[in-house]
Design a protein around this ligand. Structure first.
Ligand SMILES: [Zn+2]
Length: 142
């Protein structure tokens, strides 16, 4: 490991330049810890920011959607879909009955499948509903 000391060059994240750039150490906290650095590009002096710590944050961004190539929805992506739909729903849940007319976005409380969200209306008497583990086509409005 290279020795760190005042006057040495080090890579640090610069808040002004918004980049990881060469900085000169201007102050040390202790022998192994850099306290303040001066940006060689904008000449501003600021606290040392470890560039590797900055990078890690961006990489851990969540991958949300399943790959579009997969024709079959996996159990995980159905439950993700369901979770999103339930969280975005603004209406109260209704107990499922074949006689009731459901609208797009309605929450259905199904005795067998549990809570679901109406995703599509088909032919006026069928609805596609996203449940926790599966997507079902149900009859309604009879
Ligand atoms: Zn700078």
């Amino acid at each position: 490991m290279t020795e760190l000391s005042v006057g040495k060059e080090v890579l640090s994240y610069c808040n002004k330049c918004k980049l990881t750039l060469a900085h000169m150490i201007v102050a040390m906290k202790d022998v192994n810890t850099i306290y303040k650095v001066q940006c060689k590009t904008c000449k501003s002096t600021h606290a040392y920011k470890d560039p590797s710590a900055v990078k890690v944050k961006k990489v851990t961004a969540k991958v949300k959607k399943a790959s579009p190539g997969s024709s079959k929805r996996s159990a995980a992506s159905v439950s993700d879909l369901w979770m999103d739909a339930v969280n975005n729903a603004t209406t109260k849940s209704k107990a499922y009955s074949i006689k009731i007319k459901f609208e797009l976005g309605d929450i259905i409380d199904h005795p067998k499948f549990g809570p679901g969200v109406v995703d599509k209306c088909i032919d006026g008497d069928k609805i596609e509903v996203i449940f926790r583990h599966d997507i079902k086509t149900l009859m309604h409005n009879k």
